[in-house]
Design a protein. Structure first.
Length: 87
């Protein structure tokens, strides 16, 4: 639980400095990372490694859709962002 909190604190700063590391943290803690933070990491990755941003969004979409219909809105939000070319 403590490491999840630490990851959530680190991800925004890492998104600016090292998007690849932010993506690794987001993937490892995909269940506790807010969807808006996933979008920010994916946008930062779009310049360096766009396929990683797509993979991260896909992981979160699958998690949200498979969990429950309650998360459909979050999945649609991610798909809408993914649909734009300039994340």
């Amino acid at each position: 639980m403590k490491s999840q909190g630490t990851a959530l604190l680190l991800i925004p700063d890492l998104t600016k400095k090292s998007p690849e590391m932010a993506a690794v943290l987001a993937k490892n803690f995909i269940n506790s990372v807010p969807v808006e933070m996933v979008v920010e990491v994916a946008r930062a990755l779009a310049w360096k490694v766009p396929e990683e941003g797509v993979a991260l969004c896909r992981m979160r979409i699958n998690k949200d859709i498979l969990c429950s219909h309650v998360y459909y809105d979050k999945a649609v939000f991610l798909l809408r962002i993914r649909g734009r070319r300039s994340l």
